[in-house]
Design a protein. Structure first.
Length: 503
């Protein structure tokens, strides 16, 4: 390894007496991409926050460019040349894209001191164009899609000429082509001497992008090796301390019951058009496509969050046109949204409340909630969905991403629905939780549920689905199953390039 740009010497950190990071030694070369992996709670976030100036280490030394240093704030780290893109983006939704991109920097001004807004937006557009992004800089940041927000944040960070870039789950909201575009940018940065710490639960990305893999488990660095010597089974074994079968369950017979969800020519202006398909009892139907293709919007319309303009839907053979989600819940249809923290959970609520809110209407007697029954059902859900927490009273914000996702699943699945719409059910969870969720989905289908699985994770949607519908520009461009269900065909259909894809 060439002269290290970053060196950690016995760095450690504790919170309230709990050791989040045990004495850790690590080095990073100027043009190296380090893959940092580990289950949720392994210490990755703590290490990232120490390097980005959010936390200070309790012991040990940090060397940056050969000199011992300590970052007392994110501004210190950024000024030193360390830029961090956190998994949970921080932004001001009411401010423009340009304003968010250039926060903390020197804004161009007129001679009389006022902000030169034309130059500000021009500067922001230049930064976006450098990364092949065409996003109007005048738009309020909050109006961007999840993928666009991530892209803008990355472009903003990379434009600061940082010498170390830390990315925490940067592709969680990106489609396959967008991931390839990001990788191309990162490889150019590496060739320019920039060091990169890449944190991801997607181990295929770790293998494709990085030079070296560092594995954390229970706050300790348990493995550190060249990526060329790694494969997914080895990384998983190091992460969880045991071998883990990464094969998707596939325990169900290929026999399905009657259609439980049917759509014929369903449309909503500006979102999706002429959607026709069915999901049968015991079947998992995947819904793939690029970000913006209309997948999530369709799922929300089925759930009653958006009214449809045309077409017909049927639920269990009966006409289905919900005016609100509560109608869907009462009819036996649930929807688990793609952004659990923004769309599904109130983070300062307790774990118990976060689960029971999904079925308290079933526990009413003379208008009062039967609390003994509520407590019993919550404890049963904790066991059924393997939710790991010190207490049901624990704030949901304190749980790992995997346990938060299982909390959301427990909330709705405890209603014993007939039709389940899952939007990115394993986004941002570790490999152990992902395997548990996959097993749960497979079990639901075996029980005769109809599952519509919306996912950007190609191995997941191919491995879990009986057939896959691919959306392109708001329409279904292809249906894939059997030998035709390959990653290549999904990507081609999602891009409008497959021979059966609509123009």
């Amino acid at each position: 390894m060439s002269q290290a740009i970053l060196k950690l010497d016995a760095v450690e950190k504790s919170f309230a007496g709990v050791r989040a990071l045990k004495p850790l030694d690590l080095e990073l070369a100027p043009n190296e991409v380090l893959g940092l992996v580990g289950e949720n709670g392994a210490g990755k976030s703590t290490l990232i926050k120490i390097l980005s100036g959010i936390h200070s280490s309790d012991a040990g030394r940090i060397f940056w460019n050969g000199a011992e240093t300590r970052f007392h704030s994110p501004h210190d780290a950024l000024a030193a040349g360390i830029a961090t893109i956190h998994q949970e983006l921080a932004y001001f939704g009411h401010l423009s894209v340009a304003e968010n991109m250039l926060l903390g920097g020197n804004w161009p001004r007129h001679r009389w001191g006022g902000v030169n807004w034309d130059r500000l937006h021009s500067k922001a557009r230049e930064q976006l164009a450098r990364f092949d992004l065409d996003i109007p800089t005048e738009l309020p940041f909050g109006q961007l899609s999840a993928a666009q927000k991530q892209e803008v944040a990355i472009a903003s960070a990379l434009s600061r000429q940082s010498r170390l870039l830390i990315l925490d789950e940067p592709t969680a909201s990106l489609s396959e082509p967008e991931v390839r575009q990001l990788f191309a940018h990162l490889k150019r940065l590496r060739e320019g001497g920039v060091a990169i710490i890449y944190v991801s639960h997607r181990l295929d990305e770790i293998l494709a992008l990085t030079d070296r893999v560092a594995v954390l488990r229970d706050g300790e660095l348990v493995a550190n090796y060249r990526t060329s010597a790694a494969d997914i089974p080895r990384i998983v074994r190091d992460m969880v301390g045991r071998s883990l079968d990464q094969v998707y369950p596939g325990t169900r017979p290929a026999e399905f019951g009657p259609p439980l969800l049917e759509l014929e020519g369903v449309s909503r202006a500006g979102m999706f058009h002429n959607i026709t398909f069915e999901v049968r009892a015991g079947e998992i139907v995947g819904l793939a496509g690029l970000v913006g293709a209309g997948r999530s919007e369709l799922g929300r319309a089925i759930y009653g969050l958006y009214p449809i303009d045309g077409g017909v839907m049927r639920l269990s053979g009966k006409p289905w046109k919900p005016s609100n989600p509560y109608e869907a819940l009462r009819a036996g249809l649930v929807y688990v949204p793609e952004e659990r923290k923004r769309q599904g959970l109130v983070l300062d609520h307790s774990l118990s409340d976060s689960i029971s809110i999904g079925f308290t209407d079933l526990l009413l007697r003379f208008g009062l909630i039967q609390h003994a029954e509520e407590t019993h059902r919550v404890r049963h859900a904790l066991e059924t969905y393997a939710i790991r927490a010190s207490s049901p009273d624990r704030e949901v914000a304190a749980l790992s991403g995997g346990n938060q996702q299982k909390t959301l699943l427990a909330r709705w699945l405890d209603r014993d629905p007939k039709v389940i719409v899952l939007d990115e059910p394993t986004r941002g969870v570790d490999v152990g939780a992902k395997a548990e969720i996959h097993s749960l989905i497979d079990r639901l289908a075996r029980q005769g549920k109809a599952v519509l699985l919306i996912s950007s994770d190609l191995p997941e949607i191919i491995g879990m689905s009986d057939r896959v519908l691919v959306m392109h520009h708001g329409g279904i461009s292809d249906q894939l199953h059997g030998p035709s269900l390959t990653q290549e065909n999904v990507i081609l259909a999602a891009s409008g390039l497959h021979e059966n894809a609509s123009p």
